[in-house]
Design a protein around this ligand. Structure first.
Ligand code: HEM
Length: 458
């Protein structure tokens, strides 16, 4: 079914991506109803699509619905950081890392985000001018590079060059992980010296050694602070006061290394695809592109946007939220029942996996209204909780204690880059674009997103 789904080409105005990305779920829902159970290798999985049940699972504060242990290649890629730790270990990580994501810290990072975007936009301008005012550009790959640059700068600041090296190795690990996502885990396989495993181990060593070197450099430095980037802020909140250890607030060096891996993966691929889908929607909805440009020029003029200006971009926020609803990069979440549980009228035996297909919940007409399949940013005019019949129906960043810690970071980055693009160019879809959303860890256009750029000042 997945292979047949991949052959479907959608109309550019259709946002009904489920037959492409989750065709088996659609079929099983039509056969068995909204809630159904299936087997993945030796594990039963129950699929829930009711936002109220999803809320009960995701908001459970007692750890009764923990995350599922990932396959080894995913763990190697993302690291045993915030995404995959559980219980008191997770709480300790979250306590240490949260201060790096407060709004005042993020505001400082906005300037960095804009500085990273500037060379890319200057290059676009130059290329468009060379070709007489219009240029076709595949923006998906450009956003991959840009968001990798942003996270390298914001995570590693002055150690950016070494940080970028880590991330290149991480990218290769990501390709390996993507190739094994549907494999059933074979016990012991990860220890075999296959060519694939040898390559993976080499990359893992490179990531670890480089990160170790950056961290050691800061520990040995005579500076009074470890730095204002994500790594520095994380190390700062672990700094022990002499004679008075901050109990329960320390991460070991190995844990800090794993968190760096987590930031890169969780923070760069997702945001890059959000930007790609945002541009796709602006190309296919020209009147909205115009409205957003008017708003950007009114609030920011032609200046580089700062955090205060960005906070006034209400329409840009609404379109980003609609992009997250229709093309949210994370299409599914998984949990398991730690003990026999009751969920609504379901009795769920211990160890059953629970899947929450975000893509399907985001298109439920009973929850979002008859226009659920259509692009309508106005549904968010009164905020997220009023956009649908259920206040927690938007799950793009998840909800509850384990909701995305980087959501404000991602939104600031996406707003900064969108505003800077709209200040300089009009965008339209290239005739070469093929509408074929696909999940490769995150949701992305299978054949990239070629667009036509025209500078505003030509
Ligand atoms: C458009 C961008 C993003 C999307 C759609 C997104 C989505 C998500 C989702 C759905 C989860 C919950 C996963 C689950 O529970 O199974 C999550 C968790 C997480 N995200 Fe994001 N994310 C984005 C950007 C970022 C950024 C920029 C960072 C960091 C710089 C980040 C770091 C994390 C971390 C560390 C977690 C785990 C939180 C925890 O378990 O306590 N994410 N994200």
């Amino acid at each position: 079914m997945m292979m047949a789904g991949r052959k479907l080409i959608l109309d550019i105005n259709s946002h009904d991506i489920t037959p492409r990305v989750l065709p088996h779920y659609l079929k099983w829902i039509s056969q068995y109803g909204e809630t159904f159970l299936y087997w993945f290798g030796p594990h039963p999985r129950i699929c829930i699509t009711d936002p109220e049940l999803a809320k009960q699972v995701l908001s459970n504060k007692f750890g009764f619905f923990p995350k599922v242990t990932p396959i080894p290649s995913i763990l190697a890629l993302i690291g045993k950081g915030l995404v995959f730790t559980q219980g008191s270990e997770w709480a300790r990580h979250r306590r240490v890392i949260s201060p790096a994501f407060t709004m005042d810290k993020l505001k400082m990072m906005t300037k960095r985000m804009a500085e990273c975007a500037q060379p890319m936009l200057e290059l676009w301008q130059e290329q468009a001018t060379q070709t007489g005012g219009q240029r076709e550009i595949e923006v998906g790959s450009q956003f991959q590079e840009l968001t990798a640059d942003v996270i390298s700068h914001t995570a590693f600041g002055s150690s950016y060059v070494e940080g970028k090296e880590v991330f290149l190795a991480q990218k290769e690990l990501q390709a390996l992980a993507a190739g094994s996502i549907l494999n059933v885990n074979v016990p012991g396989y990860k220890y075999l010296p296959t060519r694939r495993n040898l390559h993976k181990w080499k990359l893992e060593r490179r990531v670890r050694n480089t990160l170790m070197h950056i961290i050691q450099g800061r520990l040995d430095s005579k500076d009074s602070s470890y730095g204002n980037d994500l790594l520095g802020l994380m190390m700062e909140s672990c700094r022990s006061d002499p004679g008075q250890e901050k109990k329960g607030q320390i991460l070991s060096i190995n844990e800090i290394i794993d968190e760096c891996k987590t930031f890169f993966f969780a923070g760069h691929d997702t945001t890059s695809h959000l930007l790609t889908w945002m541009v796709f929607l602006l190309c296919t909805n020209q009147e909205w592109q115009e409205r957003l440009r008017e708003e950007v020029l009114r609030e920011c003029g032609t200046e580089i946007p700062n955090a205060d200006m960005l906070s006034k971009l209400k329409l840009v926020t609404m379109v980003l939220l609609e992009a997250l609803r229709l093309y949210g990069p994370v299409i599914m979440m998984q949990r398991m029942a730690a003990k026999d549980m009751t969920l609504g009228n379901l009795v769920i035996p211990k160890n059953t996996r629970i899947t929450i297909p975000i893509t399907i919940i985001h298109r439920n007409k009973e929850v979002w209204g008859a226009d659920a399949d259509e692009f309508n940013p106005l549904r968010f005019k009164n905020g997220i909780s009023k956009a649908a019949k259920h206040p927690n129906a938007l799950l793009a960043f998840s909800i509850g204690p384990r909701a995305c810690i980087g959501q404000n970071f991602a939104m600031l980055e996406a707003k900064t880059i969108t505003a800077m693009i709209l200040q300089r160019f009009t965008l339209s879809l290239s005739p070469n674009y093929i509408h074929a959303p696909v999940q490769v860890l995150n949701l992305q256009p299978q054949y990239g997103l070629p667009i036509l750029l025209t500078p505003l000042n030509v």
